[in-house]
Design a protein around this ligand. Structure first.
Ligand code: SF4
Length: 333
């Protein structure tokens, strides 16, 4: 039986923007999102930039405040209500939930050796007590991340992008977390290096029993890596399903448009990409009804006034669109 590690129910994250009584308004970066992440899974989160996926990842790490709904973490040893988490619990949660950054060039201090970069979280979180203990743990995780132990004495500038990302991964995993948010973690790398880093993440997931939230705008990477995918648009979840189901038959017009833009090797498929017209609207000025109606080629009157809710079919595939059934019959994926 699968167990749920992260359970977010109607989670919202809003930021107060502007000053003064009349110029203040709330930017809803994440709006009423419900997701369950199974223990040991690779959960993909996709959407254009500005869709709220990074903020959702940060909220689950308790790096930004949750302003509505709730999120729970339960790994079998501890159970935390992330909205009401105490200072003491948060200190422990920081060890259990970690982030791998996007940019391996900006994430590593150029003034620290690789050993010190990886060791820092152990010292800051008080996980190890002696230098020997710290060194042993650094060597152990460096080897797991396929880093040459000779390199621990060097500085980050001596390494390629792929090697730097492996240093970032080692730093994120040194505290022995259970939940890891990988935010566009291969986006800055060449395609050949991307495959290498993705294989490493999959191996680490297996060896260490990790649960990943994998945030990406690259659907081909998500297709090969994730077990389950959620699609976000303007802070809302518009579709979620096991990866195979979603890629075989996407239901939401936004998901279909994202999928149609994946480059194909089949010459017959080229040029069939469904271009998304216009920009994603500003989160400070969201359209009424379906948030996607300003860009959806299938929008009808009801879409402009009534917001569709996520609707499941009992197989784990959920979609929020008034017309998905009708569109599946008339416009196949
Ligand atoms: Fe398009 Fe209407 Fe469906 Fe929204 S609810 S995705 S506007 S058809």
């Amino acid at each position: 039986m699968t167990e749920t590690l992260i359970r977010a129910e109607n989670l919202s994250v809003g930021f107060q923007i502007g000053k003064g009584l009349f110029n203040k308004f709330t930017l809803k970066a994440v709006d009423n999102v419900t997701i369950h992440i199974e223990k040991g899974s690779f959960f993909g989160l996709v959407g254009e930039s500005g869709s709220g996926k990074t903020t959702l990842g940060r909220a689950l790490l308790k790096a930004v405040p949750i302003t509505g709904g709730n999120a729970h973490y339960s790994d079998g040893e501890v159970e935390y209500d992330l909205e009401k988490i105490s200072k003491e619990q948060l200190k422990d949660y920081r060890k259990r939930a970690q982030l791998i950054f996007q940019d391996p060039y900006a994430a590593l201090s150029p003034r620290m050796t690789v050993r010190d970069i990886i060791a820092e979280p152990l010292e800051v979180m008080g996980i190890t007590r002696t230098r020997a203990e710290t060194d042993a743990r650094v060597r152990e995780i460096a080897a797991k991340c396929r880093l040459n132990l000779e390199h621990l004495r060097r500085f980050p500038h001596a390494f390629s992008g792929g090697q730097r990302q492996r240093i970032s991964i080692a730093r994120a995993l040194v505290s022995d977390p259970k939940f890891v948010v990988a935010d566009e973690s291969v986006a800055a790398l060449d395609v050949s290096i991307q495959a290498d880093v993705l294989n490493l993440l999959k191996q680490l997931q297996k060896d260490l029993g990790l649960t990943f939230m994998f945030i990406s705008h690259d659907l081909s990477v998500v297709a090969h890596t994730c077990d389950h995918v959620a699609v976000m648009y303007l802070g809302r979840l518009v579709e979620t399903a096991p990866t195979r189901k979603l890629f075989a038959a996407p239901r939401h017009p936004y998901t279909k448009a994202l999928f149609s833009a994946i480059p194909s090797l089949d010459p017959d498929d080229r040029g069939k990409a469904q271009k998304l017209e216009g920009e994603i609207p500003s989160p400070t000025n969201q359209p009424p009804g379906c948030k996607f109606h300003t860009r959806c080629p299938h929008a009808i009157d009801v879409c402009k006034s009534v917001e569709p809710q996520l609707e499941g079919d009992g197989s784990g595939h959920e979609v929020s669109c008034h017309r998905w059934k009708e569109l599946m019959e008339t416009i196949p994926a």
